[in-house]
Design a protein around this ligand. Structure first.
Ligand SMILES: NC(=O)c1ccc[n+]([C@@H]2O[C@H](COP(=O)([O-])OP(=O)(O)OC[C@H]3O[C@@H](n4cnc5c(N)ncnc54)[C@H](OP(=O)(O)O)[C@@H]3O)[C@@H](O)[C@H]2O)c1
Length: 360
């Protein structure tokens, strides 16, 4: 049976010494495990390239030849063991995939269809998108919307779904451009870079909060009207600080999200989608009971299929970032392990699209 390449993540439940008999390290990669970037044997989960057959993958009705995947923060946490993301070891990493159906036992899909899968159990408890072939339940598969290429789909990926879903939810909570300024935190990150563009295109006055002082011009080029520098930010400590934001999209959590709750305008709405700065939330009820602030949680992975399709339709139309190519850069499949630590250190800008199908 033909083999293909996959970036598989091993964890505490796997014995490194006995669990690899059916796998060969890919030719071209170091044969000594200790030389493989990100591979540790100290009890933490870690990933490396292996060769698999289709029979090694989790079950599903649809087999997809991967063209592209993408790197999301969750992938970096999973692959390095920095976060306990993976629920079943070993697991092929990658929460996203875009490719072409090669086989389907479900009549909704046929060989040759261009499709996308993001979230659900991908790369968590079901083999994910960092592989030349992916096998998934048909209920997870979204047909590529007209107007998007497979590369576009992964330049967007889970980050695009999170950005668009956040905006969708804020709109459902009556956010409109005339309500006032909208702040986006973790501004140079994947989700935020996309959200800034989408909001600017919809006519919002976008304020970008970033820790990267060298990237202000980049953020303005995406459509940010104002930039706040993280190091200059005076957060204050009062339960209510000066009201500044009609809406907020938060990638950071922790102190930043607490500060947002204290600085929202009357009836302001926050979409909380990330924890790049921490998982705690230390605030009071005052913003909620005196300013009517609403805090909306965003979980793109579990978004139900009807809404998911609606979000992808919007990503192809009114929320399609016009400068998508500017925020996305290609990463060769073999270069994948080098991206994870950079992402966790907050050093990346925009979206990393993993090029998996070799160019013809
Ligand atoms: N809920 C969902 O459905 C969903 C979907 C996708 C992602 N997420 C989450 O959203 C967050 C962002 O994801 P992403 O893919 O955009 O990641 P990313 O590309 O790594 O962006 C994160 C950004 O946050 C800022 N940052 C990093 N470390 C920070 C720190 N210690 N304190 C404050 N800011 C920090 C940096 O931006 P600046 O340097 O510009 O400040 C960084 O670029 C992650 O927590 C991820 O898990 C959630």
């Amino acid at each position: 049976m033909a083999t293909f390449s996959a970036y598989r993540i091993f964890g505490e439940t796997t014995s490194h010494s006995t669990g690899l008999s059916d796998e060969k390290l890919l030719s071209g990669h170091p044969k000594d495990d200790s030389q493989v970037a990100g591979y540790e044997e100290d009890g933490k989960s870690a990933g490396r390239f292996v060769e698999l057959t289709l029979d090694d993958l989790d079950p599903g009705e649809v087999v997809i030849q991967t063209h592209y995947s993408s790197v999301n923060y969750k992938d970096a946490l999973a692959a390095t063991g920095a976060g306990k993301v993976i629920r079943r070891f070993p697991c092929v990493g990658g929460v996203d995939v875009a490719g072409v159906v090669v086989h389907s036992d479900d009549t909704r899909f046929k060989a040759g269809d261009e499709v996308i899968v993001t979230g659900y159990g991908m790369g968590v408890d079901h083999d994910g998108g960092f592989a030349e072939y992916v096998r998934v339940p048909a209920n997870w598969v979204v047909p590529l919307p007209q107007g998007l290429t497979l590369f576009d789909a992964m330049a967007l990926g889970t980050a695009g779904v999170a950005a668009a879903l956040s905006i969708h939810r804020l709109e459902q909570n009556e956010l409109r451009p005339e309500n006032g300024n909208v702040i986006v935190t973790g501004a140079t990150g994947g989700v935020a870079s996309l959200a800034i563009q989408m909001l600017a295109q919809l006519g919002y006055h976008v304020v970008a909060l970033t820790g990267k002082d060298t990237e202000h011009d980049y953020l303005k080029s995406l459509g940010a009207a104002e930039i706040l520098s993280r190091k200059d930010l005076e957060m204050g400590t009062r339960p209510l600080e000066k009201a500044q934001w009609a809406g907020a999209l938060d990638a950071v959590g922790g102190e930043t999200l607490a500060w947002l709750t204290r600085t929202m305008q009357q009836n302001g709405v926050i979409a909380s989608f990330g924890n790049a700065g921490g998982i705690e939330l230390n605030t009071t009820v005052m913003p909620f009971i005196l300013r009517g602030v609403r805090l909306i949680g965003i979980d793109s992975a579990a978004t139900a299929m009807p809404l998911r399709r609606q979000i992808w339709q919007r990503l192809a139309t009114d929320l399609h970032p016009k400068l998508l190519a500017q925020v996305a850069h290609g990463v060769p499949f073999t270069g994948l392990p080098q991206v994870f630590p950079l992402m966790l250190q907050g050093k990346l800008r925009g979206r990393s699209v993993v090029e998996i199908k070799p160019a013809a």
